[in-house]
Design a protein around this ligand. Structure first.
Ligand SMILES: Cc1cc2nc3c(=O)[nH]c(=O)nc-3n(C[C@H](O)[C@H](O)[C@H](O)COP(=O)(O)OP(=O)(O)OC[C@H]3O[C@@H](n4cnc5c(N)ncnc54)[C@H](O)[C@@H]3O)c2cc1C
Length: 465
């Protein structure tokens, strides 16, 4: 028996034949990333159903020297969840590890396995009159393990924080197959280093997340959805400051959207166009946890119009209309996919410097690549913008020009004290930028941590560092 045959025989002993896939056609969706730009090849894909099985597989791979690529919903946008082109890496799908182990409304917590789909967790929380706030456009298919591995952000960070802030405890399988059983639901715990935070955002390079204790919140109650038209993009920042002053922490979401982004939705996604005519080039879609009759909301809107920060505002008449507003927002990424090639940037800058970033970046790119069409949207409250460009084929296929465009954007981001990766992670596509913009002592420490936790470099090699 060859080494590979005996590896597969041992794998089948752990998970059974059905949970291990080797046929090329069945592997195809798992070796291609969401944008359909990057493709890899896999030795196989294995889908364990328990944490013990994950640990056994990791031990097996460690003995055989086989690299593991953890995969959740494969909605990541940096190529982190797919294998390289060698055909020698094993995809470890967490999809079957999808039980909610417990939910405790009194304790405002639930324990969910890594393969639980994000939207399912939101529904389960709602069913016990609680709220799980992590929310992003891919929530119908991304998994909580992937969300934690990427420290996902999304539309509610302004009030509740990123995925990192939603975790009370974590269960992780380490590179040697040992298990960190850290599913505590404690709100206070200063016993040593906070190890769970090391794995959150590590994109499968330090350990495999198998379950998490998640923080739940009270239902936010009555909310109002507003679609506001701005005189210019930069006004979003002053508008947000005014809204914060008036409504305090009751701002659930505050999303900047360009007209062009909405036009792409109208053009490509049937049924997702906005139900109202809009004039203007920039909009903010906001959700606030107050009723539409709220005096504070009325005062804020009046003040913003008087101050010239707001050209117009539409308040969703009912839940159905609010959903149509959000449907349009959530459809932007998909619409841009149908529009053709794109160059995507997921950046953050200090909120106070966002206006300067928007003005200077637009000016630079207009001169450098006039054919690039900005499709800008994002989470202004977090200083995070998806500064995407839809580009013609000749630009998309010219690596040098693409690199120059990205450098223009990232250099400005760095000058303003921002980050080239706000919420999508580094994966494989942004590795060189980590060297460039986060080098020195920080990167050196990341390398030492990686080596300490994964000395054989078998956990998602080639990703992040
Ligand atoms: C339309 C669309 C909109 C999006 N909007 C947002 C947004 O608003 N905010 C945002 O932050 N992201 C967004 N994303 C990106 C993506 O959805 C998130 O990064 C998400 O958290 C990935 O989850 P996933 O389960 O699909 O992970 P995958 O894509 O499968 O994996 C992502 C990374 O995590 C690793 N990984 C996965 N599961 C585990 C595990 N259990 N243990 C260890 N490592 C693991 C993988 O190896 C990979 O490196 C969007 C994506 C799409 C397609």
């Amino acid at each position: 028996m060859s080494k590979t045959d005996s590896f597969f025989a041992e794998l089948a002993d752990v998970v059974g034949d059905k949970a291990c896939v080797t046929e090329e056609q069945a592997l195809e969706p798992h070796v291609t990333e969401w944008r359909n730009v990057l493709h890899g090849r896999a030795l196989a894909m294995v889908s364990p159903g328990t944490t013990a099985e994950v640990a056994d597989i990791v031990r097996l791979c460690s003995r055989a020297g086989i690299a593991i690529v953890p995969q959740g919903g494969n909605t990541g946008l940096c190529g982190g969840a797919i294998p390289d082109e060698s055909g020698q890496q094993l995809i470890l799908s967490l999809a079957r590890l999808n039980r909610i182990r417990s939910i405790d409304a009194q304790d405002f917590s639930m324990v969910a396995e890594a393969g639980c789909v994000l939207a399912t967790l939101q529904d389960e929380a709602r069913a016990v009159d609680r709220y799980f706030p992590l929310s992003l456009s891919a929530e119908g298919s991304c998994q909580i393990g992937g969300n934690l591995a990427t420290n996902a952000g999304g539309i509610n960070v302004i009030r509740y924080g990123t995925a990192r802030q939603q975790v009370l405890g974590l269960e992780v399988v380490l590179a040697d197959g040992s298990i960190i059983d850290g599913l505590r639901s404690l709100h206070k715990d200063t016993a040593g280093y906070d190890l769970k935070q090391l794995f959150i955002g590590s994109e499968g390079t330090l350990g495999i997340i198998t379950a998490a204790t998640l923080r739940l919140y009270p239902d936010p109650g009555e909310t109002t959805t507003l679609l506001m038209t701005l005189p210019d993009a930069g006004s979003a920042v002053t508008l947000l400051a005014g809204m914060r002053a008036g409504l305090g922490d009751r701002i659930e979401s505050f999303e900047l959207i360009s007209r062009y982004a909405l036009q792409l939705v109208e053009c490509h996604i049937g049924g997702a166009a906005l139900p109202c005519e809009l004039s203007g080039d920039w909009f903010v879609l906001a959700e606030v946890a107050v009723g539409e009759e709220s005096a504070a909301l009325g005062q804020f809107l009046e003040g913003a119009v008087e101050a010239g920060q707001l050209a117009d505002a539409v308040i969703a008449k009912n839940l159905a209309e609010a959903e149509t507003f959000w449907r349009a927002r959530h459809a932007i990424s998909e619409a841009q996919k149908y529009e053709g090639p794109s160059i995507k940037h997921d950046i953050s800058v200090p909120v106070g410097r966002m206006r300067e970033f928007l003005v200077r970046c637009a000016e630079s790119l207009r001169g450098q690549e006039p054919s690039a069409r900005p499709v800008i949207f994002g989470h202004v409250g977090d200083g995070n913008l998806h500064y995407n460009l839809s580009v013609p084929e000749d630009l998309a296929s010219d690596a040098k020009r693409v690199g120059q465009v990205t450098t223009t954007i990232y250099d400005l981001v760095a000058e303003l004290g921002g980050s080239f990766s706000a919420e999508h992670g580094v994966g494989v596509t942004k590795r060189t930028y980590l060297e460039q913009y986060r080098g020195g002592t920080e990167l050196e420490l990341m390398r030492r941590l990686k080596h300490a936790l994964d000395p054989q470099a078998l956990l998602n090699p080639g990703k992040v560092i």
